[in-house]
Design a protein around this ligand. Sequence first.
Ligand SMILES: [Fe+2]
Length: 411
Amino acid sequence: MDILHAIATNNLYFFILAKPFFISLPFPTLITTHESLNKKIMENLLSPVFPILLTMCIFSQISPSYALTHDYIRPPARGLVLSQHKRSESDPQQVHISLAGKDHIRVSWITDDKKVPSIVEYGKVPGEYNAMATGEHTSYHYFFYSSSKIHHVKIGPLETDTIYYYRCGGYGPEFSFKTPPPSFPIEFAVVGDLGQTEWTNSTLAHVRSKDYDVFLLPGDLSYADTQQPLWDSFGRLVEPYASSRPWMVTEGNHEIETFPIIQPHGFKAYNARWRMPYEESGSSSNLYYSFDVSGTHIIMLGSYTDFDADSAQYKWLQADLSKIDRKKTPWVIALLHAPWYNTNSAHQGEGESMRKSMEDLLYKARVDIIFAGHVHAYERFTRIYDNKADPCGPMYITIGDGGNREGLALK
Ligand SMILES: [Fe+2]
């Protein structure tokens, strides 16, 4: 189902897991803007093929927009994949790493045994750990669920473009990761709305086939949706990938998990398990942060926390953008969950308030690309600002088709 779509521009590579929506249309070119979409639809309306397709629509009672993709039938959602815990209580599970400030990596993992220390031993030779760091731990309760011990340990300084071997808590298997390169070229894998289904496995198999440097996820990770053991299952599913390359995530609506009166604040599991470098980037919230990697400044915005002009996120973004040095990071990329531009009927208009509040800031800072998830389809826009094609605006890419249980957006 997934195809690996690569955008390579000036030594910056994005491997984007996308359904073949845009190549399987009868249109000869990519759909880019609303205008070009309308133009292409009109061309098809006038073509001799369209009356035949329209007849098929009427008789099969499917929508014309679906019929225009007649040569590609979007496959249905696939079943949940549960990943069992097969290690001992003191062994690390759900190991994942993230960039944590200059030359540092944060190692996060979970143990059932609460006595396991929050330490990481590491080195450049397998089994030989000549460095060690101590970190912190947390846990949380959600209704009748009590999490195991969640460890976060920051290690470094680390050399760039180097393989490190590491062990968590002094027990269990050895893991390894590669640090990003010091400069271009760099490769990102970008996947939104991942979930934990057989399609998720398909997406991750594509990820595995590339020697990428950093994984970017613009929200909707586990689709646990208050079923906390599904967060554990998701952590185990992605561990082979997230323990070997930095996984940088921001929150989607499926991370909120509020419940009236009992769980009023939301993001309890997400913030405890997927701690990102917000303090390192001057943010006061794990829900929005930024980082530099190999000549790229990446801004992870929060679609589900305040974003209006007097909000903490807005003020942080203003300050963050003002500090960018394009000589050091000529590329500036932002990720957020609910897309600001979207021609699907699914989630139509949901990112509009945030766009109205923050688009101007990103436009004036000349952000290059903005990735979003949420809509379970692939869509790419030309450079655009305030709903008009603009050569100085960012390119918008929706990439919310990672494989979750809800399936693809169909209209
Ligand atoms: Fe979403």
